[in-house]
Design a protein around this ligand. Sequence first.
Ligand code: ADP
Ligand code: ASP
Ligand code: MG
Length: 461
Amino acid sequence: MIVMKFGGTSVANCEAITRTISIVGDRLAQKPVVVVSALSKVTDLLYRITDCAGARDREAADGYIDDLAARHTELAKELLKDSGSCDEACAKVEEICRELRDFVGAVCSLGELTDRSRARIISRGEWLSSTIICYAMNARGIVTRFVDARRMIVTSDCYMKGEPDMAAIAARVPEIVAEAYSGADAVITQGFIAATAKGETTVLGRGGSDYSASLIGMALDAERIEIWTDVDGVRTADPRIVPDTKSISRISFEEAAEMAHFGAKVLHPMTIEPAVMKNIPVYVLNSMNPAGEGTAILQSDRIEDGVKSVSYKENILLLNIFSTKMINVSGFLQKVFAIFSQYKVSVDLISTSEANISLTMDGNQDIDEVVKALSEFAEVDVDRDKAQISVIGKNIVNLRGLLKQTMASLKDCNVYMISQGASFVNISFVVDRSSMKDAVREVHKYLFEDNGYESGDQRIR
Ligand code: ADP
Ligand code: ASP
Ligand code: MG
């Protein structure tokens, strides 16, 4: 069995879906479980609808829901125009949108928008796309069964970013998929959507469809997990900000996880974890260029040492904690981290000196409570509008001169913090947000353009 996940751009419109179905059609012998995202931009629209619901602006919400209904109905008509199931599919779209309108209306009347309601609204994008694509696959002769992802992916009740219950998922998925497969050529389900053990809808956080695919892959002990997107695999940097990126043919699980964690949007940060548990290869492929080689993400012993990629996080904040009480005193760090844990604020990089701890974290997190609690025993300074640049590669610690040369390419900006992960897979720098893009381009240029890193005097030991 294999898992094939198609992202928003791969299912954006009739043409993209037609291409996607033909890619799936070529893999039927491997029994694909197809995981789809919402159509491109639909999740953003659903977020706007939740904002309207929160603001009790029913008129605006209804306007957006009309747009949502029109886009999906048009798509269903276009995809199914020559088939007998067009009316049925359009009726389903209408029903889903009507239920959404009623639900949003109820939230507006109550005037209370909880995360539980938010997740119910936001989950509708994948529900709509998977419904239409299932009809389209059947209309093209691929007997496809629709499975509600909420029966398979069990999470905590953190509704907007559910934490998966691996044991429950592993126990449920094989049976549900096997049952759906009887007499079918393929199975389709939704990415991103999950449910608590009680069956309340949750979502896995932005970009979470990748994570759904790898959770299902893990539970099925799949042969491979394919992430189909709009670029030719994982690249040496984000092609949206660096013009001359190169495709990477293979990287290790650790490198991919680190890249995703340190900002590369091509994969949800948690995607690799379930795959590693069962050593399942993950392929990142381009649905607009299905013949392309893409990137294979494999066990580390099959991957060569060296720099693979530069990633960035655009909006981070730097928290500096000063206290003379930490000098020669054990337990200070524990006290600090207990506070982060209590308020569920996650930390990326850490650096400590005699009387100071510096930490970076996502700039969108609410840290007011953390700052208040820390201020009771230390001086705290919050430095916003910073960005983080990470150079990722297996055993980069062995690359002589890498730090010196990378720092040289950062000569035009202030560097507030440097951190080398204990795994020796990344070196990260904190710079001003305003200088980030140029800095990423400079570092990339040095590492992968010009003569390239390995042609210089710094070689792998
Ligand atoms: P999908 O909707 O298919 O999940 P995403 O937009 O989430 O697609 O992820 C793909 C995008 O990730 C690419 O279009 C690219 O702009 C961006 N990206 C960022 N960093 C990288 C990288 N290192 N390699 C490839 N793509 C990257
Ligand atoms: N549709 C969701 C999002 O846009 C999940 C995904 O596409 O992976 O975040
Ligand atoms: Mg994505």
